[in-house]
Design a protein around this ligand. Structure first.
Ligand code: ZN
Ligand code: FE
Ligand code: FE
Length: 286
């Protein structure tokens, strides 16, 4: 079954319940959220009543909570020493929050070495992840990055190096099609990439796919997401990823930009379900 969703909000008033309602309003059967603002680490305590109501609503709508994705704030950086201690303690706490919400997966940007060099950066990421994973059942998914600045976790070999350093089983990978394109992986040849990934790391590590088009050319190292079908990757290539036989039960999550302040997800998901590109979509929303 196609598992398709998008990034949805997590508001102060409704928390997870609001996230579920928003996902349902777009016709989604899975979704992804941050447990607070994506760009900061301020986190309120979880309201258990809202969580209970949300989980009930998910059950009624056949949304599998073990496939729902939580995303860690993107300022968390395990690779650089300066913010390392904070990153570790924040992630430990975030894992507890994810658990309290009933979820299983936490997506994390591996980090940026900010001048320390690749080797040291990767060592820091490994140490940090081991410190976090030792006392949680949450699975952390390393997101493949575009290669902006000093980002790490760009190539298969970097991801492999990190995973090989982890002493625990609860580690996985989240592919992001925009990031792959910007890092130099042609999504036209996605099957070849999957083959390589399987040989080097193992396809079973892939637990989530961020499906985004890209505003930039192959290998641009930029990371700017575009609406499905309107970027350099193109609709058909993204459809091939979404409906890839080897990734059948893996949640596909859209992180595409709002159009004129309107969330595009319902419309993009309609296109995906029909496998038919509407080149007028952006004009309609504008
Ligand atoms: Zn991400
Ligand atoms: Fe992403
Ligand atoms: Fe991105």
């Amino acid at each position: 079954m196609l598992l398709i969703g998008s990034h949805v909000g997590f508001t102060k008033d409704e928390e997870l319940l609001g996230s579920v309602k928003e996902a349902l309003s777009y016709g989604e059967n899975t979704f992804m959220f941050y447990t607070g603002a994506p760009q900061n680490t301020l986190r309120r305590e979880i309201n258990n009543n809202l969580t209970e109501e949300a989980l009930k609503l998910m059950e009624e709508n056949n949304i599998d909570k073990t496939k729902v994705i939580v995303h860690a704030p993107y300022i968390i950086n395990l690779a650089n020493t300066e913010k390392y201690d904070f990153a570790v303690s924040f992630l430990k706490n975030e894992c507890k929050r994810v658990e309290a919400l009933g979820m299983k997966y936490l997506v994390l940007h591996p980090g940026s070495h900010v001048g320390l060099g690749k080797e040291v950066g990767i060592k820091n990421i490994i140490n940090g992840l081991n410190e976090v994973l030792v006392d949680t059942n949450i699975t952390i998914l390393l997101e493949t990055m575009a290669g902006k600045g000093t980002e790490l976790g760009i190539t298969i070999s970097e991801i492999k190096e990190i995973i090989e350093g982890i002493n625990y089983q609860n580690i996985g990978v989240c592919l992001d099609t925009c990031h792959l394109n910007d890092s130099g992986v042609d999504i036209k040849d996605f099957d070849k990439y999957l083959e390589d990934f399987d040989k080097e790391i193992g396809i079973k590590y892939i637990k989530c796919i961020h499906v985004n088009d890209s505003k930039n050319e192959l290998n641009s190292h930029k990371d700017r997401h575009e609406n499905i079908g309107f970027g350099t990757i193109g609709f058909d290539n993204l459809i091939n990823v979404i409906y890839n036989d080897k990734l059948k039960d893996i949640p596909k999550i859209l992180e595409t930009p709002y159009v004129n302040k309107i969330p595009p997800y319902k419309y993009e998901i309609d296109m995906i379900k029909e496998k038919k590109f509407d080149k007028e979509l952006l004009n309609k929303l504008n």
